[in-house]
Design a protein. Sequence first.
Lengths: 404, 404
Amino acid sequence: MAKSRKIYLDYAASVSANPSSIHILGVKAKTKLQNARKEVATVLGARPEEIIFTSGGTESNNLAIQGVVLAWKGKNLPHIITTNIEHPSVLETFKMLKKRKLADISIVLVEKDGIVDPKKIKKEIKKNTVLVSVMYANNEIGTVQPIHEIAKEIRYYKKQSAKLKGFFRSSDSRVPIPARPFKNLSVFPLLHTDAVQAANYLNLNVEKLGVDLLSLSGSKIEKAGRVGVLYKKKSVPLAAIFCGGDQELGLRPGTENLSEILKFSHALKSVEITKGKEVKRLTRLQNYFLNKLKRSDIFNNAGMILNGDLKNRLPNNINITFPKIPSDLLVIELSAKGVMASSKSACKSSHSEGSYVIKAIHPESNIEIGGLRFSLGKETTKADIDYTVKILSKILLKLKKWYN
Amino acid sequence: MAKSRKIYLDYAASVSANPSSIHILGVKAKTKLQNARKEVATVLGARPEEIIFTSGGTESNNLAIQGVVLAWKGKNLPHIITTNIEHPSVLETFKMLKKRKLADISIVLVEKDGIVDPKKIKKEIKKNTVLVSVMYANNEIGTVQPIHEIAKEIRYYKKQSAKLKGFFRSSDSRVPIPARPFKNLSVFPLLHTDAVQAANYLNLNVEKLGVDLLSLSGSKIEKAGRVGVLYKKKSVPLAAIFCGGDQELGLRPGTENLSEILKFSHALKSVEITKGKEVKRLTRLQNYFLNKLKRSDIFNNAGMILNGDLKNRLPNNINITFPKIPSDLLVIELSAKGVMASSKSACKSSHSEGSYVIKAIHPESNIEIGGLRFSLGKETTKADIDYTVKILSKILLKLKKWYN
């Protein structure tokens, strides 16, 4: 019999090789998994052991937030801070933790341009604040949050409280001792960012961003496998949500979804290489689209509002509101003509209540109106935008009675 | 421009169509998702709205157990029952819930043949018992648990306590009122079964089994997508573990992994069609394998023990112990000769402590010895078994000093 004969009698572990099996096929699968982990770590400027593979962005966000709260060993109820335009997987997790009395929460309101003021975050930090969670870029209006500045405010807070502790620790209270060098700052408050929408276009280096936790999702990256990632700085205490096997440092039990993980790491690396070029291309298209909208009498007559800051913004996002026309209606009219747009987060699409993000930046608006989001991508061309603007103009003319 | 032109400007929802989007591509994706749900429901004899897609078996088990405990509204701490040979995603979840003081737990010991006695389960049921979780078939030793009999014991308990309540509710305590018809029995205790290992070979009809919750995993089914399923009877109160969007009735938020879900439903249907034939084929192979083992002097001299009941057993599982030879060593020796077997659950493979399942049925044994599992599948032939037995015989002869 040939030496290379392979007989697989480990179907109960997995129909294909399981990276946790100790036989040679398992070991090979594990090597592939570790290489994928290294690739992702390299893109993030992190260490391989800081990468946890999950099932997606929602799980990554839940694991980051619930995980920090559940791991907290302090006497007081932990306190966590976020903003009012986060993805439902963050906002609803905050509300659940409050409801179950597992955490105190603060929800900071963003400004009218859809950007949060880092000083307002800092103002909410208390002694028992364990986590600040602010998204890198918003899924509906594409605004990019000042994560680095928020990280600086948190670090400043940590230094201040370290100084304070150093002072009180002096045996002679009249002699202020010099502040200790800032090597042993508390790890709290931690900073988490939901980078799901940012992955294709923004810098993901966790050191530069200054974050302790960062979430990614394969479903928003071209050709990526359907898995998620949670970056967790080594020093961050985290509890698992699921219990089970030892996979992913025990923080995410369950047989690893190897084929999808390999696709993910490969796609993330590819995106990183073409990012600069693609951002330039999309920025040009975005400006082209915006100018067409701004210069059109039809859009202006319908009272068009451009939602969210136009500078600190993803290059692929345009979000507009016509104050008297429900965006849902526009999505359906556009769809009938072959243009696929969106009126709110797909994750909240079964609610009839409209967009809480648009409501957050236009508190005076009718919640049912919402915003009309166009999110461009790899395949989008100038001709697509010409066609889209033409079709939307026709729809607006048809709906003239709604806004005249 | 052609009418059929499709312009996708919804990249932020998902790089491919998101079933929760309201445009036409979203609606089409949703239809596919609903069809997959129907297919899975048909195999289980359930309703489509009772099927929840998850990321895998570990998540399904966690959602079933944590979900029932978290949804419990009673005044007393909920009580849950399981056995000592469950998969880590069940056992560790039980231990975590106890540690976090969210539930009281009872762990019933299985008999020496690896089968649990339904009467022993019933004995543990208390007024505050909300859930009994017993696996359909064991992942290490392949023993099939008497789920239907456990369901009967639970139903009997429910009837008894309904009668009791009816009796005490009588205004005249001397006159026992007739028991109410058993239409309004309490839903508690619920019965959950982890059917991950059973899917390929056993009847999955939830009505026949008498279960309220049932877990499946794509990773153990040939050609199935890497997703999981939790069947949840409509009347079962369940809380989500993740918070976020409205997908999967809000019980499992996160963009649906449509391509994998479609693969899963298709594979489950295929398995159902070929099940009878495949069970017969594997049973013949299993007997062939067993007879070869039993008749060999080499195996008998090494003190071979066949683990787990040989009748109530998956047709693809053989698990043996040589009391003086660590099974890990045998797996590695076999692997070097091209035979992939297993020594314990891959989910616990990073622990050096051996198999808790083998320890449970042979309490007197050395925990490090464990069991050597061969799990057959689609591609397994008689020639594979001949080769495996030959190789294993050689290894045993080489290791003679270990057991002589």
